[in-house]
Structure formats: C-alpha cells, structure tokens
Design a protein. Structure first.
Length: 517
C-alpha cells in the first residue's frame, strides 16, 4: 500500500509544485465541479524542499487518521527521502533530516491551494482541517510544541465552525492536552532530571515548578472528558497532569480519579532512585528513542553502557564505567558518531576474541535499512565491519538474537524482519522480499551467510521479538519468534540445519499483539 501511495503522491506533488510555481491551475478535489479550486495567481518559485517533493517517495493522500499516541511519527516516516541502495549511513541521515521540512512544505502548499475563507465549500473546509491537523502533528514530532498547539487550535476552530463530528473535535482537544503536558515536561524535566523525575507514581518532590503546561493540560483533558466521559486515555493523562502539579489525588475530580491501589505491591520492594544525573549518564542530553546494553565493553570487569538513538544528529553512545559510581562519555573516541538512527542494539562476541561486539538494528516500523555490525578492537574503539561481514542488505528490523544453532562454537544471528505490516496485512504493492527473517550462519572468517530459507525460518510475518533457548533439553538451541498481529513461532532445532515450527502443537503461538520475547 505504501509503495502505491508514494507513486500516486509523487504525481500529486509535481502538480502541486507546478501550481504554486506557475499559477492558473485548477485541481479537482471533490466529486462535483463546484469543489474545484480557483485559479492561482503567479507566485515565486517554491523552495528546494518543495521541489524535492517531485523526487521523494510520498504518500498518496493527505494523512488524516493517525494514532493519537504516536506523536506524528507515522506521518513523518512517510516523507523519508530516497535511501538509494540503503547501505549508506550518510544517505540515511539526510533522508531522515529532510522529511520534516519536506512534509511541512508540501502540506502548506496544499493548504494554500484551498484558499479557505468564509465562502469555502464544506469539502474544502474539511480538507483544510485535515491538513492543519497534519501540520500540527509534524510540529509535535519536531518538538515545536507552541506551533503544534496553535495548529491543533486552528484545526479545532475550523472543526467547530464546520460542525464536524463530535468525536473528531474531541480528539483535537485531547491532542492539545498532550501538547500541553509535553510542554510541562520540557520546561521542568528534560534539563532538570532529579532522582524522582518522570518515575510513576510521581512523588511530590518531582512536582513541576513551572506549572503552565500541566495547568493547561488539566483544563484540556477535563474539557475532553466532559464531552467524552468514557475516554480512558484522557482520564489517565488527567491524573498524571495532577501528579505533576503535586495535587494528586486531592484535586482530581472524584468521577475521574484513577486510584493507585491497583499498582501497589503486596510486598515492600522498596523504591529505586534515579542516579543517572550524578553518574554522568545525561551528559549528552535527552535521547529520542533507542536501545541499550549494560555490559563490559572495555574488558576491565566493570559494566559499561552502550546506547543507540533515533536523534539523527547523534550517533550511538558509549559510557565507560570509572569504577567509582560514575561514567565517562567516550562515544566520539569509540568511533560511534556516525552510527545514527538505530532503534535497538544487541551484543555478542562474534569473532571469539574475548571482546564484546555490537549489532545495531534499523528500519523497524518504517522501511528496509542496513544494520551495523561493530567489531570491538579491544582498545575502546569499534570498527564498522557490516559490509565486509555480508550483513549490509537492508531490512526492517528491531530485534536480533545471537546463538550457536549448529554447535560449531561460533555464534550465529537471527534477525527479525517485518515482512507484513504491524497490522498483519500486506502492503498493496506486496511484501518486500528483503523483509523475510534471516538466519546468518557464522563462517568463522568474519563473514556470514543467510541460511534462513534452507533452515525454514524465514517466517514471513511481522517479527518483533526473538530469543534462543533449549526448551526440550536435547542439547540444541531452539528459536522463538514473536509476531505482531499473527501467530508466533517456536522453531524446534532438528539438528540437521533445519527447524520445525511446533508452536501450535505446544500452545505457545503468543498473544495477538506479541512484541518482545
């Protein structure tokens, strides 16, 4: 579906750019002649970003229906620039960097074409609401919270005027509340991480001192609940907002209160204290998302911390344990600055030299991207050996599991592929064959070969988690693969290089929305 959408919108984008650049263009967006746009006056040439829309792989329709909880990620992902063959990290960096400005420029050009005013047709008004909603989501994704709130407020004002469905108007209220709550977090928590910051339940000492964001959130979530009392999302977030103000549970309206009793343990397990700040683990600032490994990468007997990031301007991080309760940031010296946009990471000693190596995973939820196999040189630095090892074929992957499945003393690696969409459906253009799961057999010379087809573990579902283990005690490790929106698999190791799925027989096909395992 995505590929078809991208082809269609590429044509639409060309028409839009031409309309903005030359004027005199009539674009029919409705079913009747009355919904045609008025001729456009001559305008300046569009920016290079808008011109780039001609070549970008873009979705076909105005993105309208997006999950409230994803913060614009799904929308922004659709505008990722061309990746070429997918093997270049610098190309990947630029493809991710351009998608926000590209998406916003294209959306604004569409909004300009509508020329909305008091005489606009209902169809055009609804389209304008949808575009404003998308622009606000893009601002939210980009961290421009004031722009996001303004965009959602404008969309809501037009929605009220056009008398759109109450559900849509309430959704916009909820989104404004989310923006306000994030604003409170930005103003209080991002730069001021204390021992109790952002740990649930939020203690009084972690209450926000700058309260405007949470105050606005309380008002907006309350308004949302007055319209839709059964909305558990708004109710939960309202309780969190009151916690950040130090006013939970006393100030929470009784009809909306979420009691903490259900979260309390029957045993006193104590309370962990966040020491990341004092340990020196926040020196690189907030991290958008990523994976982490806590293990000894320097061979001194002390566990270090290796993390990845979806922040496109920051590579992976290595914090080396000093042995006194603090860590030293050696990310740049370790050669990790270029290792950008990795959603997860796993470690192993693939070459049996006694040093822990790392495999960085990319592309999950999006499109095929290359992994990175980082060989530990043993001196505190890493070498990217992905291409030389034969692991450079792009794949949508966020889970991998290392294990010696053939018993030759060398660790092999299984990589999860999202052959189907997370919904469990296939894209309209058909699945990408690169997204079959892979089983890379370690040859022992620094290279790997994919034996998944021969072994019978290609899976061809939406694999989100994987783990090795000898469940039947026969001395051979078996493989469990967690599939989202479809039955999971338990691959029994037959001992001859092949596997057999026994999950249905053993009743371990997993939950409908299986993820990590």
């Amino acid at each position: 579906m995505r590929n078809v959408c991208r082809v269609l919108l590429a044509g639409v984008a060309c028409l839009l750019v031409a309309a903005v650049a030359t004027g005199g263009f009539m674009w029919s967006v409705g079913r009747s002649p009355s919904t045609r746009l008025r001729p456009q006056p001559s305008r300046p040439r569009p920016s290079p970003v808008v011109q780039a829309a001609k070549k970008a792989e873009l979705p076909a329709d105005d993105p309208i229906e997006w999950p409230l909880e994803d913060g614009g990620v799904s929308l922004a992902n659709l505008f990722t620039g061309p990746l070429g063959d997918g093997r270049s990290l610098s190309t990947l960096r630029e493809a991710i960097r351009v998608r926000g400005p590209l998406a916003e420029a294209l959306m604004r050009s569409r909004l300009d074409l509508l020329h909305l005013d008091g005489h606009s047709s209902t169809d055009h008004v609804i389209q304008g609401i949808q575009i404003r909603n998308s622009l606000a989501l893009l601002a939210l994704y980009d961290g421009r919270l004031e722009d996001a709130d303004k965009g959602f407020a404008e969309a809501l004002a037009w929605a009220e005027k056009a008398d759109t469905s109450p559900a849509k108007r309430t959704d916009l209220l909820l989104l404004r509340g989310v923006v306000a709550l994030r604003r409170g977090e930005r103003d209080n928590c991002v730069a001021c991480v204390g021992p109790s910051s952002c740990i649930f339940p939020i203690l009084p000492e972690a209450a926000h001192t700058q309260q405007r964001g949470s105050r606005d959130a309380v008002a907006l979530f309350t308004a949302c609940l007055e319209r839709r009392p059964e909305d558990l999302r708004a109710r939960w977030l309202l309780n969190l907002a009151y916690m950040t103000l130090g006013e939970y549970p006393d100030k929470v309206p009784a009809r909306y209160l979420v009691p903490l009793d259900g979260f309390r343990s029957k045993l006193d397990v104590g309370r962990s204290v966040n020491v990341a700040n004092s340990a020196g683990l926040n020196t690189r600032g907030p991290n958008l998302a990523g994976g982490s490994v806590f293990d000894d990468f320097t061979g001194d007997g002390l566990p270090d911390l290796l993390t990845t990031s979806l922040d496109i301007d920051r590579g992976a991080s290595l914090f080396v344990n000093r042995g006194d309760g603090t860590f030293e940031d050696r990310s740049a010296a370790a050669g990790l600055s270029d290792q950008v946009y990795a959603l997860n990471v796993t470690r192993t000693d693939y070459d049996n030299d006694g040093d822990l190596d790392a495999l960085l995973l990319r592309g999950g939820w999006e499109r095929p991207m290359r992994m990175s196999l980082l060989r530990n040189r043993g001196d505190g630095t890493f070498e990217d050996v992905t291409l030389a090892a034969g692991l450079d074929e792009p794949i949508t992957c966020e889970s991998a599991a290392w294990g010696d499945f053939d018993g030759d003393g060398l660790v092999d690696v299984f990589t999860c592929g999202e052959y189907l969409l997370p919904s469990g459906q296939s894209a309209a253009s058909g699945p990408d064959p690169r997204n079959r799961c892979r089983l890379y057999r370690n040859r022992g010379d620094g290279t790997f070969e994919d034996v998944a087809s021969r072994a019978g573990v290609e899976n061809m579902r939406c694999a989100k988690g994987s783990a090795w283990g000898d469940y039947d005690g026969d001395g051979r490790i078996d493989l469990y693969v967690s599939n989202m929106s479809g039955p999971s698999r338990l691959y029994h190791n037959e001992g001859d290089g092949t596997f057999r799925d026994v999950a249905p027989d053993l009743g371990v096909t997993g939950a409908e929305a299986s993820f990590a395992v």
